[in-house]
Design a protein around this ligand. Structure first.
Ligand code: DGJ
Length: 734
């Protein structure tokens, strides 16, 4: 078992292959955190606790058994509000007394093989019970009757511990949950940098780093989505860490809506990390007998720097989060017509693109926005999911049949959560969008957001989608979401439950996604939110790939894909070759470079193929061949970031480089892209993750190198590089 309970010391020890996580139960039932870090064999860790009960302002736990312990400076496993711990709390429940002081004490526990699912929520899972063990720790707040079950799952082959919490009201009076974080970890120092992924529309997930300071710090989203701006992920990287060395602790929330990571460094320089649903504007009324389940956090420990953490998340999310038919199946190379035509298309135009796609070896055609209602621009028809037959003459089935006849699969775009004020649906149901009666409804991209907390709204959208998807051989859906939630109110809930709407909305979306995949289990779903505004583990549970960004410029994508790879595997990052000059930035880049950059993700095209020159067509053929040849090493290999494009700007050529290494270390793919060149400047690049004893052959030149040489001396890339130039090396071991 990866989890043991030392009864004598009342201590729990959770072991992954390289980490240990230890906490104990105090005589009065408090859960005291003791250690999280590199593996240790011991369970006698009580000596590590701070013993500062004499500090004059602290409130002591009034009992002889606890010897005057103060929670104020004690490391706690799941800290609650309003008792003698004054740091930011993980749980706050307002009971019938009106007070929010919350005091949970250990009652019992059980340990078992495997991992349970979370009702209504996405979560990591095990493929067989020997992949993980689970601890369910039951605590009780006697006054409110809140039963709090803290769940820990320990993966046996990955350095991953997941946590979540469920609260059941065992009393006969309702209470209100006001804060409920999914994880809480106290560290005994603050010698860390805080890493997170910050961004905006068309510039998602830039890795930022800042040293921890005294007080509260963190990130959050209150946009009703995980957001372009902050990803639901933080890491603490111990001082002295690098990309490939040192201790890094990752915290990633499997959720797609409002979240907060709250990190507090207290006066003892201890650090508390909390991650879960954003407490701002959240509250949940729990009636007797009801249970609330908080989403899951996946915690990763790495002793191999940020890169080690990323590779663990990649494995976890590829094999234990993504699901279904397309989980690890080779994805079809697609062409999407959005940047090729925008709204200006008809069936013949789409078939012309599909014909060229078939000729070039592309495997799927995706029809983007503009095929439904009377939509010729973005000011109407969301919610009216019936085919615009003046655009698609002969109807959808005829179009799909024509595309299928060319040997291509067919995919389609939806934005199921939205409603245009100018739509038949809105005219029939003006109360179906999120709104607060008496307040103006904010408009975004000329649309409102449907109230997905309502079953009748979800039924309507499901039925419309079902009709479309069963009307023709449609094998892929791009699920878009193009604005944030505002005036988050629902007509069907009483005033005291309006603070539940944002979470209920998300649960409704998850339910709709599940229903769709149950009805069409072979469907390949691609997530999207104005690019990558909802690129999070919650959505990956339903859609194994997500449109990474609306910025398709290859140079910009280097930075966006670098940041995204901190948590998310290449197979999840949709990346397309688009036209040059790029529509978003106006920047020109070569067709080859655009292909090399897009090849690092779920590969495809997003341009009008009928406009390509013969040279470009030849390059598409080469790229299609390369995709098939390198697919396994890119998608199943270990990913190493070699040059950070956002930092490599000083005295040397600004560039990006990354490398994929097959699991048996016999195949290597290295990509190098020069962003801004300089003349007469040297550059060496050292590879990583190879077997030093193996001899690797560069398959293009036939030149042989030992793994040791490639890792210690590297390749010499000096000289002759032009702006935007890229090169790919493929090595095979003998
Ligand atoms: C935003 C997406 O990110 C784009 O790819 C495209 O699908 C548009 N929406 C369509 O409106």
């Amino acid at each position: 078992m990866a989890i043991i309970f030392d009864t004598e010391r009342q201590t729990f020890k959770l072991d992954t292959p390289s980490s240990s996580y230890v906490f104990k139960v105090s005589p009065k039932g408090y859960l005291l955190h003791l250690y999280y870090g590199a593996s240790v064999p011991d369970t006698d860790l009580d000596y590590l606790r701070l013993n500062l009960h004499s500090a004059s302002f602290s409130a002591n736990v009034a009992s002889p058994e606890e010897k005057g312990m103060t929670l104020d400076t004690t490391w706690l496993e799941y800290p609650t509000n309003g008792i003698s711990d004054f740091r930011v709390s993980a749980l706050s429940i307002r009971g019938a007394t009106g007070s929010s002081a919350t005091d949970i004490r250990y009652k019992s526990h059980k340990i078992y093989a495997g991992k349970p699912g979370l009702p209504g929520l996405p979560a990591t899972y095990v493929n067989s019970d020997d992949e993980a063990d689970t601890l369910e720790l039951t605590c009780v707040d006697e006054l409110t009757g809140a039963q709090v079950v803290i769940l820990y799952t320990v993966f046996t082959k990955l350095d991953v511990i997941t946590r979540s919490v469920r609260v059941t009201n065992t009393s006969d009076k309702s209470f209100r949950i006001e804060r409920i974080h999914s994880t809480a970890v106290d560290f005994n120092d603050s010698d860390f940098e805080l890493l997170h992924l910050q961004g905006r529309w068309a510039k998602e997930r830039t890795l930022v780093k800042r040293h921890l300071e005294f007080g509260l710090q963190g990130i959050h989203s209150k946009r009703g989505s995980s957001s372009h701006n902050n990803n639901p992920f933080v890491a603490l990287a111990r001082d002295g860490y690098t990309e490939e060395s040192g201790e890094v602790y990752g915290f990633s929330l499997v959720y797609s809506s409002n979240f907060a990571a709250e990190i507090e460094v207290d006066c003892m320089r201890s650090t508390r990390v909390l991650l879960g649903i954003n407490p701002e504007d959240f509250g949940w009324l729990l009636e007797p007998g009801e249970t609330f389940t908080a989403p899951e956090v996946a915690m990763v420990y790495s002793n191999n720097g940020v890169g080690g953490m990323s590779r663990t998340y990649h494995k976890l999310y590829r094999h234990n989060l993504c699901r279904g038919e397309w989980k690890t199946k080779k994805r079809p190379i697609l062409v999407n017509n959005w940047e090729g035509t925008y709204f200006n298309f008809d069936d013949d135009k789409l078939v012309a693109i599909a014909k060229d796609a078939a000729d070039l070896g592309i495997e799927m055609f995706v029809m983007d926005d503009g095929w439904f209602g009377v939509r010729n621009n973005d000011d109407c028809s969301l919610g009216d999911w019936y085919v615009n037959e003046s655009k698609l003459k002969g109807g959808l089935k005829s179009l799909v049949d024509r595309v299928n006849a060319l040997g291509l699969k067919f995919g389609i775009w939806f934005e199921p959560e939205m409603i245009s004020p100018n739509s038949d649906l809105y005219r029939a149901h003006p109360d179906w969008c999120l709104h607060v009666n008496g307040r103006e409804r904010s408009i975004g991209r000329r649309q409102y957001v449907l109230d997905m907390s309502r079953a009748d709204v979800r039924d309507n959208i499901f039925n419309q989608m079902y009709k479309i998807l069963s009307s023709a051989n449609i094998e892929y859906v791009k699920w878009d979401f193009n604005r944030n939630l505002t005036e988050v109110g629902s007509d069907l809930l009483p005033p005291e439950r309006q603070s539940e709407v944002a979470h209920r909305y998300m649960l409704g979306v998850y339910e709709l996604l599940e229903r769709l995949l149950t009805a069409f289990p072979k469907l390949l779903l691609e997530g999207c939110s104005g690019g990558g505004g909802r690129f999070d583990p919650g959505m990956l549970y339903y859609s194994p790939q997500i449109w990474t960004s609306d910025d398709t410029d290859a140079m910009e994508r280097l930075e966006i894909q670098y940041g995204t790879s901190i948590v998310y595997p290449p197979s999840t990052m949709s990346a397309h070759v688009s036209a040059s000059p790029n529509h978003q930035t106006g920047r020109s880049s070569s067709f080859k470079t655009r292909g090399d950059v897009a090849m690092a993700g779920a590969f495809g095209y997003e341009l009008d193929l009928t406009k390509l020159t013969d040279d470009e067509r030849a390059l598409v053929r080469q790229q299609v061949e390369a995709y098939h040849k390198y697919y396994n090493v890119i998608q199943d290999g270990d990913y190493y970031r070699l040059i950070n494009p956002t930092e490599d700007k000083a005295n040397i050529t600004s560039a990006a480089a990354w490398e994929s290494v097959s699991q048996d270390k016999n195949e290597i793919l290295l990509t190098y892209v020069v962003m801004r060149t300089q003349v007469a400047i040297s550059r060496y690049i050292r590879l990583r993750g190879l077997d030093p004893a193996k001899i690797y052959t560069d398959t293009a030149s036939g030149r042989k190198y030992s793994g040791a040489l490639l890792m210690n001396a590297g390749l010499n890339l000096t000289g002759g590089w032009k702006d935007g130039e890229s090169r790919v090396w493929h090595f095979i071991a003998e």
